[in-house]
Design a protein around this ligand. Structure first.
Ligand code: SF4
Length: 376
């Protein structure tokens, strides 16, 4: 299985916490769609074999593109790749873009079969803190319109740990998600990335800082409430009803191959990882010599470390048999030796050759994984 990621970098305004490559200008819109189609063709041999099971329009705000523009890009993808029937084709969207007419057109006239809606919170003060462009009314309306248009495979994003988000409001946000009976939720702790507006505003005391203790409380509430409703926490930040796991993101977590198209997108083909240039003008020039900004061939240590980092975050866990087969005895012995203290302190549970984070371990996932790294 392999996936295609397409980065659509347009955003109406920059959210305070965002460190993705985005642009507020639509000056290059037409050139950009043309450049994406050229990149699909020019890199057609990047993935081998060429069978595609997922296409993901991410961003940025892909829902700023018209249905015609999305279809135009998909047409070239179908032409160049063997897209398996029933593939998951996701559109990330922001509530303010997706009115009923747009969604109805999308459902009837495009191959998009999964929507990811950036709700973040159903409360206006949280949305203002985050500097989102939509309000709570728009958030609810976007879900209602998506359901009315006939979309079933819908996921929403909710952010916790926002200083304005009390525990009571957080429970209400989760309950609203349940009320809509949606099959999938992605939920992330608010983090302050360096050089974002949020970072500057907090340092200048213009916005309240994040309280780690509150974020942990929110996470524990999220785990408890979703478990009660039989959502599977199949990756630390992702919760789904059975049959609705994100196939695209599972490719990343399970070490599958993917091609990333568009400015700043990255690709992985099992041997090397590469990043496209983070510059719209340069990207639109579409000179292959300038599209790739960086490329690295992964060493065995890096591949092992990535496997541990991603697999440990999932409900499938890390498997020592897989490590032995893929990397050899030095690596599996190292894994078994270094993970032992985390079994003893209750952060990891072991069943046969598979090791998984316990609920208390999930809060320390990245720290635990880095303790298991090889070559550090
Ligand atoms: S909508 Fe998404 S990509 Fe755009 S600025 Fe906000 S967080 Fe970043």
């Amino acid at each position: 299985m392999a996936g295609i990621y397409i980065h659509i970098p347009f955003c109406k305004q920059k959210c305070h916490y965002c460190n993705f490559y985005t642009t507020g200008s639509l000056k290059y819109r037409k050139d950009f769609v043309r450049a994406i189609k050229l990149e699909v063709r020019s890199r057609k041999n990047y993935l081998k074999p060429n069978k595609i099971t997922t296409v993901y329009f991410g961003g940025g705000t892909p829902s700023m593109l018209s249905v015609n523009e999305l279809n135009d890009i998909m047409g070239v993808i179908y032409e160049v790749y063997d897209v398996v029937p029933g593939s998951e084709i996701t559109l990330e969207s922001n509530p303010d873009d997706i009115n009923y007419e747009y969604l109805n057109d999308l459902k009837k006239n495009s191959p998009i079969n999964r929507l990811s809606i950036g709700i973040q919170s159903f409360f206006d003060d949280d949305l203002e803190y985050l500097h989102r462009v939509h309000d709570s009314r728009g958030a609810k309306k976007s879900i209602e319109n998506s359901l009315k248009a006939g979309f079933k495979n819908i996921t929403i994003d909710l952010i916790y740990g926002i200083p304005t988000l009390t525990n009571d409001k957080w429970v209400k946000n989760i309950n609203l998600f349940f009320d809509y009976n949606l099959p999938h939720l992605s939920s992330y702790s608010l983090t302050v990335e360096k050089k974002t507006a949020l970072d500057v505003l907090i340092r200048n005391q213009k916005l309240a800082n994040i309280d780690e203790k509150q974020s942990i409380e929110h996470f524990n509430t999220l785990i408890e409430l979703t478990e009660n409703r039989s959502y599977v926490n199949y990756e630390i930040s992702n919760f789904a009803k059975r049959g609705y796991y994100s196939k695209h993101n599972s490719i990343y977590w399970l070490g599958g191959h993917y091609i990333g198209l568009g400015p700043s997108a990255h690709s992985y083909n099992g041997v090397s990882r590469q990043w496209n240039v983070m510059n719209m003008k340069k990207y639109c020039e579409n000179d292959p010599a300038h599209i790739i900004a960086e490329k690295e061939v992964l060493s065995k240590n890096q591949m092992y470390n990535e496997y541990v980092l991603t697999s440990l975050r999932t409900s499938w866990g890390s498997d020592t048999e897989h490590i032995l087969n893929m990397f050899g005895a030095d690596y599996s012995n190292h894994f078994i030796r270094t993970i032992l203290p985390f079994i003893e302190n209750g952060k990891i549970a072991q069943k046969g050759s598979v090791y998984k984070l316990t609920t208390s371990g999930k809060l320390f996932a990245d720290g635990i994984a880095s303790s298991l790294f090889f070559g550090f």
